[in-house]
Design a binder for this molecule. Structure first.
Ligand code: ARG
Ligand code: GLU
Length: 656
């Protein structure tokens, strides 16, 4: 009796201590047209709308009408009746750079249009709004793919895509209206939009104002039109209202946007490859490059500028892979998957109750062996591709064109090239180098000598590439010989694991994911609170450190204490919320996605995940996987108080 009591009390205490609030972390990236299946669960957690408010295939406006695929790789949210669009600063970055010069450096100073006339056109920038989506599996299987696309495009009015889901188990069609006159409206200084730089990237606590504003323009008929000064602001079918209640731990949230790529159903073979071979190789090679760039950038400002964009993109994935590997190891994903696979094999081979001389699922017996054999066969080829990309591929981006069009390496380029040549040799599979490479090294004598001849390196690159007789593939999921086993495996998994909620892997199509505002604990004894404020910016501010040197204007506003209507009372003091964590299952591509409350009002913009939680592209760990958003109140605060662009704030609608 006594023992039972102690146990129960112990369990109760543990439950109370371990979970400060009930965290309802939710795995899954759901198709808007199938969200009905989740709405019951969502409503229990705080969702207040109907499935048809999110998406419907009638003419009735839905929130999906207010979301855009931005520039083919990010998401944006429409926030006014005049086509005003919010996305991340890092999504609009290239366009801000494009409008910048030495005299008007919008990256450093920020850009704030003070009227529509001052908004800047961006040739090449497109935003796509999804008009509808449809399951077309039967028609595709009947060979009517082209015909479907032809009909749905309505004579070129729409862009139509058909993509497989569940490794070809289903085929879906997405129809988009694509706008090409998209103008830059506002971008904060990088010291706000990229505050914390690569130091804070993927990290919590975070204080980045990662937003920028654009506006969609259309022809007189409100349809897409190429840039013309007479085009008028696009009148959307729907736009997001700005939430006024803010966020607190435990609040329901959902993220509506375009996650790019996940691989949640891959077998232990694929995860082992990621953790043991691919990530260690890529991380090490990039560490070598980044070390050189960092040292050179610290020594020389011009070098920092010249390498800034490349450095940011190299470092972004480099850092992500590290977090992903840690998270997968901590979770024991390889072992967990292996155990699931053992159970699957048993299930498939168990005697059929109707005829015990036969297996219950004969069509699935041996399936995992076929998959394992396919991985074994293709793993070497994928490794070659990745290894080559990270070395000779990376070298392709080095150097500038000389007067005669020949390639010239700077001193830093040369050092990077040497490091990559060394890295190429160090990471050669089973220490077997391509003969062409060895011959070049033998004849020139050293990596330094090889790097001294950029043209020779380019030639060598082509020769080595030609020498590899492997298909050019970027991932296992692009290898038909592997995918063909996943098609039946996915079907089998759904029969085998009837408790699991299946959703299709991300493929840069519109998805809904839901969760709650939630902190997390990774290390023993450390709990991360889910909300940051400007107090953290003041604490990090340091003119000596490039990543933490905030603009003077922001410093002044922070000191003044005049936060206007964006100020809130927290911990007994006036402050402004900056970023918050939630348990939504997001991925790359979700940058700029609206994060919404139960009424569908805009709470903020998603822009990142926590470092150790980036494993969610492979396995979602509800304990540690969190998405990071910038609070819409900080966005408004910066627009109005730092940018002086109150006219944009006035254009938006604030929820009652
Ligand atoms: N980690 C975010 C993403 O994956 C933000 C990247 C941009 N920021 C940066 N400091 N590089 O895209
Ligand atoms: N920053 C990422 C992007 O550009 C989003 C963060 C993530 O990968 O979750 O889409």
């Amino acid at each position: 009796m006594k023992k039972l009591f102690t146990l129960t009390l112990g369990a109760l205490l543990t439950a109370l201590l371990v979970a400060p609030t009930p965290v309802s972390a939710d795995e899954g990236m759901w198709l808007p047209s199938q969200i009905e299946s989740q709405v019951r669960d969502m409503r229990q957690k705080g969702f207040r709308l109907k499935a048809t408010d999110l998406y419907n295939d009638t003419a009735e406006p839905a929130l999906s009408d207010a979301i855009v695929l931005f520039d083919g790789g990010c998401t944006g949210a429409i926030v006014s009746a005049e086509g005003l669009l919010l996305t991340n600063h890092h999504c609009g970055y290239d366009y801000v750079v494009g409008h910048s010069s030495v005299e008007s450096d919008f990256l450093t100073d920020g850009f704030w249009a003070m009227s529509k006339e001052e908004e800047l056109p961006n040739p090449g920038l497109e935003v796509a709004i999804m008009v509808r989506m449809e399951n077309v599996t039967d028609a595709v299987n009947a060979g009517r793919r082209d015909e479907l696309i032809e009909t749905a495009s309505e004579g070129g009015r729409y862009r139509v895509q058909i993509k497989p889901l569940y490794y070809g188990g289903e085929h879906w069609m997405w129809v988009y209206e694509v706008f090409t006159d998209v103008r830059l409206v506002a971008a904060p200084p990088s010291a706000i939009g990229k505050f914390g730089g690569d130091t804070d990237n993927w990290v919590w606590p975070r204080h980045t104002g990662d937003f920028s504003a654009f506006r969609i323009y259309a022809g007189a008929d409100n349809r897409p039109a190429d840039y013309h000064p007479d085009n008028k602001p696009y009148a959307p079918a729907k736009f997001f209202e700005i939430a006024t209640d803010g966020v607190k731990e435990g609040d329901f949230t959902f993220v509506y946007g375009f996650p790019g790529t996940t691989q949640e159903y891959v077998t232990s073979d694929a995860v082992r490859y990621i953790v043991e071979r691919s990530n260690p190789m890529k991380i090490d090679l990039r560490t070598r490059v980044l070390d050189i760039v960092r040292e050179a950038s610290e020594a020389d400002r011009a070098t920092r500028i010249a390498y800034a964009a490349r450095q940011a993109s190299i470092a972004n994935a480099w850092k992500k892979w590290q977090g992903e590997s840690w998270g997968l190891k901590r979770r024991g994903t390889v072992a967990r998957k292996t155990a699931q696979e053992d159970a699957f094999r048993e299930w498939a081979a168990a005697p059929d109750p109707a005829d015990p001389s036969k297996p219950a699922h004969p069509e699935y017996v041996g399936l995992l062996d076929s998959l394992a054999a396919a991985y074994e066969k293709w793993e070497g080829g994928l490794y070659l591709n990745e290894w080559f990309n990270e070395t000779f591929g990376m070298m392709g981006a080095l150097g500038t064109a000389g007067e005669d069009g020949e390639r010239i390496f700077s001193e830093v380029d040369r050092r990077i090239a040497v490091a990559l040549l060394e890295g190429f040799a160090d990471w050669a599979p089973r220490h077997r180098l391509p003969p062409t490479f060895t011959r070049a090294l033998d004849s020139l004598g050293s990596y330094q000598a090889m790097a001294a001849d950029p043209e020779g390196l380019l030639k060598l690159r082509e020769d080595i590439w030609a020498e590899f007789d492997v298909p050019r593939v970027g991932s296992f999921n692009a290898i038909p010989d592997i995918v063909r086993w996943y098609t039946p495996y996915m079907r089998a998994l759904r029969e085998f694991d009837t408790d699991r909620r299946f959703y299709p892997d991300a493929n840069l199509t519109l998805r809904i994911t839901y969760g709650a505002v939630a902190g997390y604990g990774y290390e023993d004894g450390v709990w991360h609170e889910p909300v940051t404020t400007i107090d953290g910016i003041v604490a990090k501010d340091n003119p000596e450190i490039y990543d933490y040197d905030i603009p003077e204007r922001l410093r002044d506003v922070l000191v003044s204490g005049d936060y206007g209507r964006w100020g809130v009372e927290m911990n007994g003091r006036g402050t402004v919320p900056v970023c918050f964590l939630a348990s939504n299952h997001t991925s790359g591509g979700n940058s700029g996605s609206p994060i919404l409350n139960g009424r569908g009002e805009l709470l903020g913009l998603n822009f990142d995940r926590t470092w150790l939680g980036t494993m969610s592209d492979v396995e979602f760990d509800p304990e540690i996987c969190r998405n990071i958003s910038v609070d819409i109140r900080y966005v408004m605060f910066v627009m109005e108080k730092v940018g002086g662009a109150g006219w944009l704030v006035d254009e938006m609608t604030f929820a009652e």
